[in-house]
Design a protein around this ligand. Sequence first.
Ligand SMILES: *Cc1c(COP(=O)(O)O)cnc(C)c1O
Length: 451
Amino acid sequence: MTQHKYLLNENQIPTQWYNIVPDLPAPPPPALHPGTREPAGPEDFAPLFPMELIKQEVSQESYIDIPGEVLDIYKIWRPSPLFRAHRLEKLLDTPAKIFYKYEGVSPAGSHKPNTAVPQAFYNAQEGVRKLTTETGAGQWGSSLAFACAQFDLECEVWQVAASYRAKPHRKTMMEIWGATVHPSPSDLTEYGKSLLAENPDHTGSLGIAISEAVGMAAPHPDVRYALGSVLNHVLMHQTIIGEEALLQMQMAGETPDVLVGCTGGGSNFGGLSFPFLREKMKGNMNPTIRCVEPAACPSLTKGEYRYDFGDSAGMTPLMKMHTLGHSFVPDPIHAGGLRYHGMSPLVSHIYELGLVEAESIAQNECFTGALQFARTEGIVPAPEPTHAIAAAIREAMRAKETGEETVILTALCGHGHLDLASYESFLAGKMVDHSLSESSIAEAMKTVPVM
Ligand SMILES: *Cc1c(COP(=O)(O)O)cnc(C)c1O
């Protein structure tokens, strides 16, 4: 009998997150204070984040215990299922074995609650009253709204204007969980006002929304900010995905030859891949591990490895990362969660060390793969993981040529039930592959500090 899904019991939920930093052959470069350009200390982050998360951000411990209160909430949707994509394999007529770890079973429909819940928990423990944040596609904002509701925190979200207009239902979801939502740029911050004065129809960007949310949190001692990706502690919280997947691949009796994941800020990719990279570094397996990014926002494959700001206004600490320039505004592709000018400093560092690879794929190929996936496996993927699926399909077609039984593992990090307008556009033949303008990258790179 063929087995389709590999399920763990609740008592098999990993009770620790994995911190890959101490296992790396070289430490990642530190974040720098934007003014002094000296390594940023805990006091530089304290206006924005609770002390426990700051400690996790720079921790040298390999494992950090998941608090019981967080595990209890994780149990709403964890452990998440691992599927073998038998029907997709059959459609592709490939000898490859395709496995996908599905995070769309969470309340918000993506992997984001894996970090939203602990972030809300540590803030609540330290007496914070309200969290502010940005959201692109709406996945992070709704995850944080859900998490804040669990701990009686207020939640205020700046949603990138293009997505605020295109995805009103994401806003409603955030409001159901009690959050307040503003389009970004907004007239609530000086920065937002200045951008709206230049262009009242500004479509916004993640970098701009981060500036607004940070600006609203920093001056108030009982308000803090939460980031849904990019930072070390966020990627660490997501390693619960990979730790579960390791157990599930064992159940399936397989080890991956290739692991692919979509990268916006790097958190679902890091979450799935870091535990496998640990096993690879220990010599227990040898998978090729690859980031997949959109052709319209290719920070790893086309960006430079430089110190740059995490936001557009230049308010955050400087982080050494692959960047297209913090003023780069990517074309409005459907995968809103992948429209970020930078890449996680940790994923960037690991890429520089040669431990992972990267490729970029344009959105028509992604949605072509997503339809093949939906019509066989049934699940409608979010626009972001269509990149991971397209990469898995590329691998499966390569396996078909060579006749190898390549074992492919990927993360289906969210469902696309609130992204149907993207599918509508694709089905109507109206989706365009944005050409990446080298000159707009060059322009944006001019704003990156020279150091
Ligand atoms: C936010 C999001 C992403 C991009 O963020 P990463 O940190 O790169 O994972 C990808 N997929 C989905 C479904 C998201 O919600």
